[in-house]
Design a protein around this ligand. Structure first.
Ligand SMILES: [Zn+2]
Length: 387
């Protein structure tokens, strides 16, 4: 459904966006950049810019559908091969993507589609990463983080604190394993969970790391109600019983006595709980983003060429809680386009629902038309008379 004149029209929308966009990169002169075309997200790499001004001019002149930058700082960012760049350190980056998550709605829509539920789920994962791991366990503060919507179906969290820049691949892997729960053994947290008839001794909420996390989250779910505990994999009957006796159960847990939670298959149950409390990170074919010290990642506030949305920087954790990409990351605000659309799912964007469409001609706001076109679900009819 792609055609040259529509691509051209979108390029001019991208150019207009870059004329007013605020691009802000620390150590811009030490980063490697790469631009992508509609066909290839990383077409040319090893680019470098001496200043934000130079970068901004490049964006207006070239209107690239994708722009990535290195999480690494280099002495010579344009140097090639890679060794000639002289690596000086890398931000710690976490890549969260709805594609990697087990979300029930994914069975109801095609693989490339992303719905409201997908977006909420991956946002929840980003919040969990920050609130349950990065702040309490690693002691990072909000001011040391960049929270970025990826522009399509995920979030990137960057840590640029001095202390992390020099971490090597192995140290990064340990961090990423910790938050993914890899190598965390539930039988160490509940030493007797595999034994029949034994009292269940477990962690207390104030303990550090995973044990405290399991206890704290369990107490919070206990007080939320039976559904929250059923979501952990507990039977309805057990969940209701615990909820009824919640103050006693909580008192027990606070002293490390988990005996009231008599679940069948304890060992399996706690293993499962651990998995649910962990963060699901992207594991791409080209390697885990967190461990890769020369990874290229979407530059904050640039356009994502598969959606036309902004890979938008989210100002703070409290803003993340309220952030809705389909409202807050819209780049092409003005005008309408006539399209022929073939989209089997409803598109909810800027508070309005469009579609589904079965090949009919419709006039849509530019942001909705370009979203569908870039997803390959619409053909733009009057791409030349946009004002
Ligand atoms: Zn979905």
């Amino acid at each position: 459904m792609r055609d040259e004149s529509s691509d051209k029209m979108i390029s001019s929308l991208i150019r207009d966006y870059y004329r007013r966009a605020v691009i802000d990169v620390d150590h811009v002169d030490k980063r490697e950049f790469a631009y992508g075309t509609f066909e290839s997200k990383i077409k040319v790499r090893h680019l470098s810019f001496g200043s934000i001004r130079e970068l901004s001019r490049y964006l207006v002149d070239n209107a690239p559908p994708y722009l990535s930058y290195s999480s690494a700082y280099y002495e010579f960012p344009a140097g090639r091969p890679m060794e000639k760049k002289n690596w000086r350190g890398s931000e710690l980056v976490f890549d969260l993507d709805a594609t990697d998550m087990d979300i029930p709605c994914k069975k109801e829509h095609s693989k490339g589609w992303i719905c409201k539920i997908c977006l909420e789920a991956v946002k929840g994962e980003a919040i969990k990463l920050i609130e349950d791991f990065l702040i309490p366990d690693f002691g990072f503060s909000e001011s040391e983080m960049i929270i970025n919507f990826s522009g399509n179906r995920g979030y990137h969290i960057h840590i640029n604190k001095e202390d992390v820049l020099g971490l090597d691949k192995n140290e990064r892997k340990q961090i990423s394993d910790y938050i993914s729960g890899n190598g965390i053994d539930s039988e160490e947290i509940f030493p007797d969970s595999g034994k029949r008839g034994k009292r269940l001794i477990g962690p207390r909420p104030e303990e550090k790391g995973w044990p405290g996390k399991i206890a704290k989250n369990f107490v919070s779910k206990l007080n939320k109600g039976p559904e929250a505990m059923q979501a952990l994999g507990m039977s309805k009957q057990m969940a209701e019983k615990l909820y009824k006796n919640r103050s006693l159960v909580e008192m027990g847990i606070r002293s490390g006595n988990w005996d009231m939670i008599s679940i069948k298959n304890k060992s399996e149950f706690w293993k499962d709980v651990l998995k649910k409390e962990a963060v699901i990170q992207s594991d791409r074919i080209d390697g885990n983003v967190t461990n890769d010290t020369s990874h290229l990642i979407r530059l904050p506030n640039t356009i994502h060429g598969e959606t036309g949305l902004i890979a938008k920087k989210v100002g703070s954790l409290s803003e993340l809680h309220k952030f809705d990409p389909m409202k807050d990351a819209i780049a092409f605000e003005k005008g309408e386009l006539r399209v022929c659309a073939n989209a089997e799912h409803e598109l909810e964007i800027k508070g309005e629902v469009f579609g589904p469409y079965r090949g009919e001609e419709v006039v849509l706001p530019v942001y909705a038309a370009t979203y569908l076109y870039l997803k390959g679900l619409a053909h733009i009819i009057n791409s030349t008379d946009i004002s």
